[in-house]
Design a protein around this ligand. Structure first.
Ligand code: PXL
Length: 280
């Protein structure tokens, strides 16, 4: 993958350090021109108390794409995250068809659930639609909850390698090429990712120390750093590992501030990300 412009498709949560307000600075810090297509505008992300505003931007996707077609605009990667409606899945499939370069990468973070539950606002059968988007992806980055919802698997908090292996095989059946499954832990002191190649059926793991804090927004920080590293020519495994190291540092940077529950202070450690990328 060479350094050229990419498109990221996800919501703007005005406050909450997630989605576009993370992807834009993180991927840009990696030296990659980052174009955006907002799926919705919310006053905050949906983990805030009920009352957040939600402006669905489904109707804007096609007109934006039509204009881009007239301007011959294309992207080296299209990275999707939180969507505003199920209708957006078909619109994004069309967008990938029209604007992703032939050797480009479709990277899908099926951001819709965590801790065994769908985020507030999504219909129960939304994972079926998200699975259709995953089917065309070069890389998908689900957490275990999202993986279970898209494959009709039982969500467990305690599991072994066999459980993860079965989940990876089911995800591969969706049709994607590679899976980076996040939030995997076989040891209470370690947290990591499973990187699965769907054609060779090879799994590689990468673990970091597990920090004693649950943090919102780390999925978006992780996926954005992954995309930034991958677009700098790193392999899927190396990008997955680098993104994990970066995400741990964003949590560490937030640990001393209990009031900062809604996201992580990734801004404080962007220097680390830039330095890691410049090492090789
Ligand atoms: O970080 C995932 C995310 C993105 N966008 C919105 C969310 C969430 C998680 O709650 O609510 C609007």
């Amino acid at each position: 993958m060479s350094k050229e412009k990419i498109l990221t498709v996800q919501d703007i949560s005005c406050v909450g350090q997630c989605s576009l307000t993370v992807a834009l600075p993180v991927i840009s810090a990696c030296g990659i021109e980052t174009c955006v297509l907002p799926t919705a505008v919310l006053s905050t992300h949906t983990a805030f108390k009920a009352g957040w505003t939600f402006r669905d931007l489904t109707c804007d996707i096609d007109p934006i794409s039509e204009h881009w077609s007239k301007e011959n605009i294309s992207f080296k990667a299209i990275y999707t995250g939180y969507l505003g409606s199920r209708e957006q899945v078909d619109l994004i499939l069309k967008l990938i068809d029209r604007h992703l370069e032939k050797d480009g990468a479709a990277i899908v973070d099926p951001a819709m659930a965590d801790g065994g539950k769908l985020y507030a606002g999504f219909p129960q059968d939304f994972p079926k639609d998200m699975a259709r988007l995953c089917s065309v992806a070069d890389v998908i980055l689900p957490n275990i909850t999202e993986a279970c919802l898209m494959t009709d698997s039982e969500f467990r908090t305690e599991y072994d390698e066999e459980y993860i292996s079965a989940l990876l095989k089911k995800l591969a059946k969706l049709g994607c090429k590679k899976v980076v499954l996040t939030g995997v832990s076989f040891d209470p002191s370690k947290l990591g990712v499973a990187v699965y190649d769907c054609s060779s059926e090879k799994t590689e793991y990468y673990f970091t120390d597990k920090l004693p804090r649950m943090s919102h927004g780390t999925g978006d920080v992780y996926a954005s750093a992954f995309v930034g590293a991958y677009m700098n020519g790193k392999s899927v495994y190396d990008s997955a590992a680098l993104a994990a190291d970066f995400t741990v540092r964003t949590i560490e940077a937030t640990m001393d501030d209990d009031s900062h529950w809604y996201g992580v202070k990734f801004e404080k450690v962007l220097g680390y990300l830039i330095e890691r990328l410049s090492r090789s």
